[in-house]
Write a protein that binds this ligand. Structure first.
Ligand SMILES: Nc1nc2c(ncn2[C@@H]2O[C@H](COP(=O)(O)OP(=O)(O)OP(=O)(O)O)[C@@H](O)[C@H]2O)c(=O)[nH]1
Ligand SMILES: [Mg+2]
Length: 318
């Protein structure tokens, strides 16, 4: 059983990539399982992976970096129950210092092979980072963002479908100037062609960064102190269509965040309809329209909604 740890900042595309890659490899006859690392009562990632018929278990007591025994227990469970060829373990988006905390322990076990720590980064956010433009979070959080990249075996710049060729060139030039990683890949998790090439690259990684790192207890302690968790689970029912009621509910939610001076750092939502169709989307301040466009197709008389969000008080940025 080969284990890939997948880290990356909130919303960088970890779950999307893991699902796409898992389905792609399953079609090729591989046995795959996933460990998710959501936090809170309503586990959107776990629900979403399960909805795609990929075997998934979760570690929900916090980041792997402080919950190694839980991660190990789940890996042992998967091995016994499913005996997968490959396991992808998604780390929580605020994880830091995985190599220094769980890396050494993972490498010591003989039960499976810890292959690599890969880190995803949203191409648009990375562009802002290397251009020195303002980021939507504090300096402490920026240190965690940077450390996730610097500790990885392979940096995946994801969502390149959203950038121009010129912007991609800027990233290619600038990333080596800002980060110590010497192994990076540019992909869109939405593109199948990229996945083939990407997985071949991944499976060739020989010497894992998990091996060398030391823990850094300072890094994360302050960074996420000001983040508030926001969770909701609700059902909507309407004999005609729940579409408008859902839009209104979400808009009201966003208005109330604004009134309370909360900035959205990550807002993920999973809607399941009576017909068992599911819609997963995030609401992003940098892309205020896309979720409404996606929901144009959602029509049903009943829907169940899961929301898992992280909010930052604007005052915490000053
Ligand atoms: N355009 C584009 N969007 C993407 C791509 N990959 C992921 N997304 C979108 O980015 C959003 C976040 O994706 P997720 O896979 O949930 O990100 P994550 O890193 O698992 O998020 P957290 O678990 O909350 O940290 C979703 O709306 C995805 O549809 C990509 O390659 N291109
Ligand atoms: Mg995720």
């Amino acid at each position: 059983m080969d284990l890939y740890l997948v880290s990356g900042f909130l919303g960088s595309g970890k779950t999307t990539l893991i699902i796409r890659l898992s389905k792609f490899l399953m079609e090729k006859g591989k046995k795959i399982a996933v460990v998710t690392n959501d936090q809170g009562k309503y586990l959107v990632d776990t629900a979403f992976v399960n909805a795609e018929n990929i075997p998934a278990v979760d570690v929900q007591s916090g980041c792997y970096c402080t919950n190694y025994p839980d991660l190990l227990r789940q890996l042992e469970y998967l091995q016994k129950k499913i005996d997968p060829d490959i396991v992808f373990a998604e780390a929580i988006g605020s994880s830091a210092n995985l190599s220094g905390t769980v890396g050494a322990a993972l490498l010591q076990t003989n039960d499976f092979r810890a292959k690599a720590l890969i880190t995803l980064a949203d191409a648009r956010l990375m562009l802002r980072r290397v251009k020195g433009e303002p980021l939507p979070f504090s300096e402490n959080v920026k240190a965690v963002y940077d450390s996730q990249i610097n500790e990885s075996d392979c940096l995946i710049i994801n969502k390149i479908d959203l950038l121009t060729k010129a912007d991609i060139s800027v990233l290619q030039q600038e990333i080596p100037r800002h980060f110590s990683t010497d192994n990076s890949r540019f992909i869109s998790a939405f593109c199948r062609r990229d996945l083939q090439e990407f997985f071949e690259h991944l499976s060739r990684i020989r010497s894992s960064a998990l091996r060398n790192a030391a823990p850094d207890p300072q890094l994360k302690s302050e960074a996420f102190r000001n983040l508030k968790w926001y969770e909701q689970q609700f059902e909507l029912e309407d004999p005609n269509d729940v579409h408008d009621a859902l839009l209104t509910r979400l808009k009201d939610m966003l208005n109330s965040f604004e009134k309370q001076a909360f900035r959205i750092i990550r807002f993920k939502c999973l809607v399941r309809t009576r017909e068992q169709n599911h819609y997963s989307f995030d609401i992003s301040p940098s892309d205020p329209l896309s979720w409404k466009i996606l929901l144009r197709d959602l029509h049903s008389t009943k829907a169940s909604v899961l929301i898992n969000a992280r909010l930052l008080r604007e005052t915490a940025l000053r």
